[in-house]
Ligand binder design. Structure first.
Ligand code: UD1
Length: 417
């Protein structure tokens, strides 16, 4: 069993670069299915979710090569299979991203319900409704979603709630459909914007990008391209919390502050000194961590993926904070692990009350999902003494070379295999 050993209590300092965004890279890899020409991607993060998506694409007949330094080559000219194996799909939620592109390109997709982080139920009913709206026959049988269509036709699709996954799948299915598709109550996350810009660079006609109404005029064919993925805003936030919770000064470079407005406001409300440049964010040493209120919401609200991370910081604030989770019903599972480190927190339904303690103390803890992993790493970096973090299979899904990045900032962290 592999684990991370952290000797906490040391302020971090220095500068690091953040990798490309996992949640943009995965759908963009899936969207490469939509062309039979060459796709070159840059700034692809070196994380296990990306390796799984590469395996899924290969299982469909695609050629996928990692070319070093975050570069990847994909060619889907010989795509033959519309049924990726469960052993890959079951490993992460984003594997369902291939459904829309397969339906658009091959007229058929059979994809099992995805697995991945245990954040509560992860239904795909809105994805299925969107495919049906575009004219596909969609069935759910023996754990698989089976969608078929001789042709897809543009339509108005009103989502009943904001969903990143359903917006991605509907957009990717609609780009090659006949006529115009309008997505209402669409997700506005930066990763959705990146996917839309990628599709337009391939020759798609998408407008309203970054708003809640996305309009897609179907085209006959998409072409190959070279494209750089946006920086990872969730990892940027995780590193900034690692700096703040250890009372250090660190700078995250090659990132985009505009993506993190609600997070930066929350950090400032928590007494943190945040300085933003065009493509960097610095958190400066601050003596005080103030209690605050966090309410997660779809973009531009506070991102649910940074909720567990900032909660770690608030566990040592000077007072009581309230955190409300509005996206995933089991997102607070990590709270029990933070309690092992001495945090004083209680959860009732979707709300967590955090009574700040003076200090956390090292202990063995386990990550149950990717962002719980980020939260525990930050907490253990601040905790006095030694901590052991297991559950690296989750941490490695979303954090590129986490121990070397943090060691570069002066953390006493080691991976033991
Ligand atoms: C994506 C992100 C994840 C992030 C989340 C919210 C990826 C790979 N993952 O997940 O990191 O935390 O957005 O920003 O990009 N829902 C339904 N029916 C559906 C689809 C979703 O009820 O058909 C519900 C979900 O259960 C959840 C909410 O809608 O409660 C939002 O889910 P969604 O935005 O779709 O999240 P994901 O795409 O799974």
């Amino acid at each position: 069993m592999s684990y991370l050993k952290i000797n906490g209590g040391h302020p971090l300092s220095g500068e690091i670069e953040v990798s490309g965004a996992k949640n943009a890279a995965l759908p963009i890899m899936a969207a490469s299915i939509l062309t039979d020409e060459d796709v070159y991607l840059k700034r692809i993060p070196d994380i296990s979710d990306v390796w799984i998506m590469a395996d899924i694409l290969r299982s469909l007949g695609a050629k996928v090569e990692f070319e070093g330094k975050g570069e990847m080559y994909i060619n889907c000219s010989n795509l033959t299979n519309f049924y990726p194996p469960y052993e890959f799909v079951g490993k992460m939620n984003a594997s369902f991203d291939v459904t829309g592109p397969l339906l658009a390109r091959l007229g058929e997709a059979k994809v099992s319900l995805p697995g991945g982080c245990n954040l509560g139920s992860r239904p795909v009913d809105m994805h299925m409704d969107a495919f049906r709206n575009l004219g596909a026959e969609v069935e759910f049988v023996h754990g698989f979603v089976h969608a078929k269509a001789n042709k897809l036709t543009g339509k108005k699709i009103q989502f009943r709630r904001v969903s990143v996954g359903a917006t991605k799948n509907a957009m990717m299915a609609a780009v090659l459909a006949d006529g115009i598709t309008v997505l209402e109550s669409a997700a506005m996350e930066p990763e959705i914007v990146d996917l839309a810009v990628f599709l337009n660079t391939m020759g798609a006609r998408i407008t309203g990008i970054g708003s809640s109404t996305i309009v897609i005029e179907g085209v006959k064919k998409l072409h190959g391209l070279s494209y750089e993925i946006i920086p990872d805003r969730i990892l940027t936030g995780t590193y900034l919390v690692a700096g703040a919770i250890t009372r250090g000064t660190i700078t995250v470079k090659r990132t985009w502050p505009d993506f993190l407005e609600s997070f930066i406001n929350a950090m400032r409300n928590a007494g943190q000194n945040i300085v933003c440049g065009k493509d960097y964010i610095t958190v400066e040493k601050s003596d005080k961590i103030l209690p605050t209120e966090i309410i997660s919401a779809p973009h531009p609200g506070f991102p649910t993926d940074l909720q567990p991370v900032i909660t770690a910081l608030l566990s040592i604030a000077d007072g009581t904070s309230i955190v409300t989770e509005n996206i995933f019903d089991r997102r607070f599972m990590y709270v029990d692990e933070l309690r092992r480190l001495g945090a004083n927190m209680s959860v009732s339904d979707r709300t967590c009350i955090i009574r700040g303690v003076k200090k956390l103390f090292g202990a063995p803890v386990k990550a149950h999902d990717i962002r719980a992993g980020g939260s525990l790493i930050c907490a253990c970096l601040s905790a006095e003494g030694e901590s052991i973090i297991t559950g690296l299979e989750f941490i490695d899904r979303g954090h590129e070379k986490i121990e070397s990045v943090l060691a570069e900032l002066g953390a006493d962290i080691r991976r033991i295999d």
